[in-house]
Design a binder for this molecule. Structure first.
Ligand code: PFF
Length: 452
């Protein structure tokens, strides 16, 4: 066990786990989901679900990892036997698949950062056409996502403390500073307040049930739940750490960054009299027009700053996505960390190639006949993230309820938090995990499958 490594402090863990949570999900996906689902109404639902459903699941994952001191597969196996280990293995496979497409989108963000800051992207005019041809261009995509994977692997190979923790402690505060700076600029623009109102004043007459499913799925993805990332990170923390307060801080940081990303993007969009309902292209198609309107110099600085922010956020998430299978190979197969990181990095990059080619470059991957003519990247994202993460969370809750048992779960949390036993929070978390969450998540899972 001694050579598994671990975080140096509670704060190191919180930064790394918040780094995993804060990512493309917060800055790219959250604003477009909110834009599609009524703005403030979505925000309210999202925040409630995050606290009530997702927070207890996060506590569950961290407790499992810390108790077992092992990777996602090893943790379930140790606490429940080989069969339960399959839940962990399923999570690891989801992690590999999520990373394969996540790295492609991160590559676009990296390319946009370079092209806006140092190239001529802001002179394109028609940003929809530009984006479509950009993602269909194999050369740029290949280079940028390859670079992104190399940077990720370079950090992960340095280990938990020297790589993951160190990078997160630098990148997270920088990300926060860039975000605040951009928001201050955005809310001073003309008409920005219309965006703030759209985002903060809910109009419940616009509520639709889909907003509920989207918000729960989004919260799950955003908090990195359901695939063992937090089991893995939880296995690197000390027995004296307070899981309850750590999980609360990670949740607040993640929801906080999503909230702030909305507070940046809606004022920007409304300041240009654009619509917030552009969908996944919101960040890549709508925002460059906003940056162009700021003039050549400010556009480069603010636009480049925004995409750099997106890269930093993505990087602390790709690190955690790669660490999940790496920890498995190091723990279970006794591989040297170096070999596990570089080989997995290469494999995941190659698994991502069909996703990369699915945005117009190769017809075969762009229109999957067996999947309603959707593209390969969407297929992987829907199957391994939208559907599988809530399923993973549901299985984890069932594991605690029927196998590990809530008494053992509470005992683990009480280490490092002696007041936990008998508290209101203990009752709340136990009721949610053993009685409520499995049903909510199963319901969401079935609805998501039916909707796809
Ligand atoms: N939470 C990340 C985001 O919001 O971008 C994505 C993610 C990272 C999901 C790590 C799952 C995971 F294990």
């Amino acid at each position: 066990m001694a050579n598994r490594g671990g975080f140096s402090s509670k704060l190191g863990f919180i930064f790394a786990a918040a780094g995993s949570a804060v990512g493309l999900g917060n800055i790219w996906k959250f604003p477009y989901e909110a834009g599609l689902n009524g703005g403030a109404v979505f925000l309210v639902i999202y925040l409630i679900l995050t606290v009530v459903v997702c927070y207890p699941i996060m506590v569950g994952e961290i407790a499992i990892g810390r108790k077992a001191q092992a990777n996602a597969y090893g943790s379930y196996k140790k606490l429940g036997g080989r069969k339960w280990g399959m839940i962990g293995l399923f999570g690891i496979i989801c992690g590999v698949m999520i990373l394969s497409f996540y790295n492609v989108v991160a590559g676009w963000a990296f390319g946009y950062f370079l092209e806006i800051s140092f190239g001529s992207l802001l002179k394109q005019g028609n940003y929809s056409d530009f984006f479509n041809s950009y993602v269909a261009d194999i050369t740029d995509n290949f280079i940028f996502s390859f670079c992104f994977m190399i940077i990720t692997a370079f950090i992960v190979v340095k280990g938990v403390q020297g790589g993951i923790e160190k990078a997160s402690k630098i990148l997270m505060p920088v990300l926060f500073i860039i975000l605040i700076g951009l928001i201050i600029y955005a809310i001073t623009l003309p008409n920005a307040m219309d965006g703030v109102k759209y985002y903060l004043l809910p109009d419940f007459s616009t509520f639709r049930a889909e907003a509920l499913y989207s918000a729960l799925g989004q919260a799950f993805f955003s908090l990195s739940l359901g695939m063992g990332a937090l089991i893995t990170y939880g296995s690197y923390i000390s027995k004296n750490d307070n899981i309850i307060s750590s999980a609360a801080m990670i949740t607040v940081m993640d929801a906080g960054v999503a909230f702030l990303a909305g507070l940046l993007i809606f004022p920007l969009i409304f300041s240009q009299n654009l619509q917030p309902t552009a969908g996944p292209g919101l960040v890549f198609v709508v925002l460059p027009g906003v940056f162009e309107a700021m003039g050549p110099f400010i556009g480069r600085v603010i636009g480049g700053g925004f995409f750099l922010l997106l890269c930093f956020a993505a990087l602390t998430s790709t690190i955690s996505l790669l660490e999940v299978p790496v920890a498995y190979l190091v723990d279970e197969k006794k591989w040297p960390r170096k070999r596990a990181v570089w080989l997995l990095g290469l494999i995941v990059f190659m698994v991502g190639i069909p996703s990369m080619l699915s945005q117009g470059a190769v017809e075969l991957f762009t229109k999957l006949g067996f999947y309603g003519d959707k593209d390969f990247l969407t297929f992987v994202a829907e199957v391994f993230s939208d559907v599988s993460l809530p399923l993973g969370g549901c299985l984890m809750s069932i594991f605690i309820a029927v196998k590990w048992k809530k008494e053992n779960f509470s005992d683990e949390i009480a280490q490092g938090n002696p007041n936990y036993k008998g508290s209101f929070l203990e009752k709340f978390i136990n009721v949610m995990i053993t009685m409520v969450s499995p049903f909510i998540l199963a319901f969401l899972f079935i609805n998501t499958v039916l909707a796809k």
